[in-house]
Design a protein around this ligand. Sequence first.
Ligand code: SF4
Length: 71
Amino acid sequence: MIVKIDQDGCIECGACEQTCSALFVVESGRKASIVEKYRKNTPDIGDVPDTLIGCVNDAVASCPVQVISTG
Ligand code: SF4
């Protein structure tokens, strides 16, 4: 599964990191990103291992502005 963050729409609330810190990081004053380990070339796109699919889906649901998508 691939996950993408529309960083332009991110309001830096931190919910995705709180829900799934294995894959998302929200540094102070910056838009949410994929942790380096699972990044695909750019910080807004990640390759989700099977073991983290549940946690990523929870993070998608946690985002108040729905800018995280999977495919
Ligand atoms: S939950 Fe959504 S708005 Fe909040 S930091 Fe993550 S991507 Fe940004």
